[in-house]
Design a protein around this ligand. Structure first.
Ligand code: SF4
Length: 380
């Protein structure tokens, strides 16, 4: 076993699991079923629980989702976390049924725009306290607090994420709420490493949840995540992890198994010394899917994109395939070509320019046309 001196993070209890303070690194996952489909969601929670998940996260975006969550809670003993999306006021409906509440600082702006975020976070913290819940401040590169973003050079995606996270930590602590952890996620493993290192250098006491968003399909998705985890966990940073993979629901246990395997390898010293994910070749990123996916053909589409683009493997091009219309447009911004899925159509974007919506039958041909243009342009 390799001796790793972990950061002296404070202990945070999440149901029956404790993270931080040298507790074993917890492994988490998230359901991708419609939360209102109670049977399917319970089945997926159980699948993940049996695969060894310490905590399973479920997204809630409406009162109907919140009602379903109450029923799901009755049918499983797994430690549950809720992903509060734009509608932060649902916190009072969901907190009685979960062990942890994740909110995204960048999503607190969508509702009640005139209300300061501090009031919203105060409500979340008070509700969490009343219901014995932990909190995760989940900062995501694709949805950073707009007020922070506009203060910095658009080329610097990391500082606004850090400023947002630090502000939220300070505010939660000012309300005497300390039972929280932080996550800072990006689809680029190098950025995940940098942002978490910088955060931990300033706040080594706050537990960190690590993850690479839209890591994609195995095996590349696992490799990207491994690269980031090795460099962070090997330096004592990280108290809980998630490996986000684009796989069908029946195979979601892979996220847990991959997480455990990576942790085991790190502690056994099976690590790469220098790791950079494919800086000179094709990089396909895809989201792990969640309850927002409106057409399950998304997972198959991601697989087809990977296959269809294999002829261009040596070109340094990033293609992002996202499962929904809510986060898809923002999370594809940094890709050369971006796709996001609606119920009947797939939207296509080149850089930040939208090219239109195409049927699931047409999209691959359209993507190939754009890819070929990009390749010939790059050559020219
Ligand atoms: S892009 Fe949409 S479907 Fe994919 S994980 Fe994010 S919210 Fe869920």
């Amino acid at each position: 076993m390799v001796q790793i001196d972990r950061n002296p993070t404070r202990e945070v209890q999440i149901g029956s699991v404790a993270i931080g303070n040298n507790h074993p690194i917890a492994v988490q996952s998230m359901t991708a079923t419609k939360t209102t489909d109670i049977d399917a969601t319970v089945a997926l929670v159980e699948l993940m629980d049996q695969a060894g998940a310490d905590v399973v996260r479920i997204a809630v975006d409406s009162k109907k989702d919140a009602q379903a969550l109450a029923e799901i809670r009755q049918q499983t003993t797994a430690n549950l976390s809720v992903d509060l999306q734009e509608n932060y006021r649902l916190v009072s409906l969901v907190a009685p049924h979960v062990d942890k509440i994740r909110y995204n600082p960048g999503h607190l702006y969508h509702h009640e725009k005139e209300k300061p975020w501090q009031e919203k976070v105060r409500l979340i913290a008070e509700t969490a306290r009343d219901h014995d819940c932990a909190i995760r401040v989940g900062v995501n590169c694709g949805s950073v607090d707009p007020a922070k973003k506009e203060k910095y050079d658009p080329a610097d995606s990391i500082t606004p994420m850090l400023e947002s996270a630090w502000d939220h930590c300070d505010f939660l602590e000012s309300t005497a709420f300390e039972r929280f952890c932080v996550s800072l996620k990006d689809s680029d493993p190098a950025k995940v490493v940098e942002v978490n290192q910088r955060f931990a250098a300033k706040r080594p006491d706050i537990p960190l949840h690590l993850g690479v968003t839209e890591a994609g399909m195995p095996p590349e998705g696992v490799i990207k995540t491994r690269i980031a985890f090795e460099q962070l966990i090997g330096r004592g940073i990280g108290d809980t992890v998630r490996v986000s993979l684009t796989v069908p629901n029946a195979e979601k246990g892979q996220e847990i198994r991959a997480g455990r395997e990576i942790l085991q390898d790190i502690y056994n010293g099976r690590v790469r010394s220098v790791v950079t994910f494919n800086p000179t070749g094709m990089n396909i990123i895809s989201c792990p899917s969640c309850s927002r996916v409106e057409n399950e053909a998304f997972v198959e589409l991601a697989q087809k994109v990977k296959k269809m683009t294999s002829y261009a493997a040596e070109h340094s091009i990033t293609i992002a395939v996202m499962g929904c219309r809510v986060n898809g447009p923002g999370e594809t911004d940094d890709a050369d070509l971006g796709l996001w899925c609606g119920p009947n159509y797939v939207n296509l974007k080149k850089g930040t320019k939208e090219l239109g919506a195409f049927s699931y039958d047409e999209i691959l041909g359209q993507l190939k046309t754009e890819l070929d243009l990009l390749i010939s342009g790059a050559k020219g």
